[in-house]
Design a binder for this molecule. Structure first.
Ligand SMILES: NC(=O)c1ccc[n+]([C@@H]2O[C@H](COP(=O)([O-])OP(=O)(O)OC[C@H]3O[C@@H](n4cnc5c(N)ncnc54)[C@H](OP(=O)(O)O)[C@@H]3O)[C@@H](O)[C@H]2O)c1
Length: 249
C-alpha cells in the first residue's frame, strides 16, 4: 500500500492498534497526524518516525479539543485524505443495575460522540475534494452483545451505524466510510477485562490465540488505502474467526 502524498489522521495513536497503524502508515510513506491524550507517548512515537509523523495531544471526548486537534493536523500536514477514528475506552465493567451515569456518559463521549463530531467536522472538506477514507474502530460488541458493560456495547453498535449512514451520504462524493472490528487483540485495553475472563478469550478464538496490534493495523491501513477504493459501508473483522462461529461461550 502506497500512501505517498496522503495525510492520514489517527486518533488513539499513543498505544495499541492506533500506534501500530501510525507506524504502518508511515512505512507506506503517509504523512500522519497522531492524536491521543498522552503527549509523552506521542512525542516519543513521532520522534522515532521522523518528520512525516506529527502529533497533537487532545481528549477526544471534549468536542472543542477534538476539532481543534483536527484543525491543527490540517495546518501541519494539509487536507485530510484518511481519518482513522480509533480512540476508545473500555470504561468500567459493572452490572447494568449498578452502571453509573458518570461511567456511561464518559464512555459515550469518547466512543460514540467523538467519532460523530469528527466525521461531521471533516466530511464537508472531503466531499469538496472528491476524495477521502474514514475508518471507525468498532468491536465484536458492534455485532454481538456482551455482559457487564452496557455502554461499551451501545457505543460500538452506534459507531457501526455511523459508518453505514455516513457511507451512504459520502459515497456519491468519492468518500468511503468503513468500520473496523477488532476481535481480542493484545493491547492495554485488555487490561480492563476482569482477569477471570481472560483465559476464556483466547479459548473462544478459532485460531486459538488473541491477535496483535500489527495484524489489526495491516487491515486498517488497507481500508484507509486506495487499494480499498470500492469498499464502503462495511464492517471488517480482524478476529481470528470469532464472528464466523456458531456460538461463543
Ligand atoms: N484490544 C481489543 O481487543 C479491542 C477489541 C475491540 C475493539 N477495540 C477498540 O480498539 C480501539 C483501540 O484500542 P486498543 O485495543 O488499541 O487499546 P489501547 O492501547 O488502550 O488504545 C486506546 C487508545 O485510545 C486513546 N484514548 C482513550 N481515551 C481517549 C480520549 N478521551 N481522548 C483521546 N484519546 C483517547 C488512548 O490514548 P491516551 O490514553 O493517550 O489518550 C489510546 O491511544 C478502541 O476503540 C477499542 O475500543 C479493541
Amino acid at each position: 500500500m502506497d500512501f505517498t502524498g496522503q495525510h492520514i489522521v489517527v486518533t488513539g495513536a499513543s498505544t495499541g492498534i492506533g500506534r501500530a497503524t501510525v507506524v504502518r502508515l508511515v512505512a507506506g510513506d503517509a504523512k500522519v497526524s497522531a492524536i491521543a491524550r498522552r503527549a509523552d507517548l506521542l512525542q516519543e512515537l513521532c520522534a522515532e518516525l521522523g518528520d512525516r509523523a506529527k502529533w497533537t495531544a487532545a481528549d477526544v471526548g471534549d468536542q472543542a479539543a477534538l476539532t481543534a486537534a483536527l484543525d491543527s493536523a490540517v495546518a501541519q500536514h494539509g487536507p485530510i485524505d484518511g481519518l482513522f477514528l480509533n480512540a476508545g475506552t473500555g470504561g468500567t465493567f459493572a452490572p447494568l443495575e449498578a452502571y453509573s451515569d458518570a461511567n456511561f456518559e464518559q464512555l459515550m463521549a469518547v466512543n460514540m460522540l467523538a467519532p460523530f463530531w469528527a466525521v461531521r467536522h471533516v466530511l464537508g472538506a472531503m466531499k469538496a475534494r472528491g476524495r477521502g477514507a474514514i475508518l471507525i474502530t468498532g468491536s465484536l460488541a458492534s455485532e454481538r452483545g456482551m455482559a457487564l458493560n452496557v455502554a461499551y456495547v451501545m457505543s460500538k453498535h452506534a459507531v457501526l451505524g455511523l459508518a453505514r449512514a455516513a457511507a451512504l451520504e459520502a459515497a456519491p462524493h468519492g468518500v468511503r466510510v468503513n468500520c473496523l472490528i477488532p476481535g481480542f487483540i493484545a493491547t492495554p485495553l485488555l487490561d480492563g477485562v476482569p482477569p477471570e475472563q481472560l483465559p476464556a478469550l483466547a479459548a473462544n478464538v478459532p485460531q486459538g490465540r488473541v491477535g496483535t496490534s500489527e495484524e489489526t493495523a495491516e487491515v486498517a491501513a488497507f481500508l484507509l488505502s486506495d487499494s480499498a477504493s470500492h469498499v464502503t459501508g462495511q464492517s471488517f473483522a480482524v478476529d481470528g474467526g470469532v464472528l464466523g462461529t456458531l456460538a461463543v461461550r
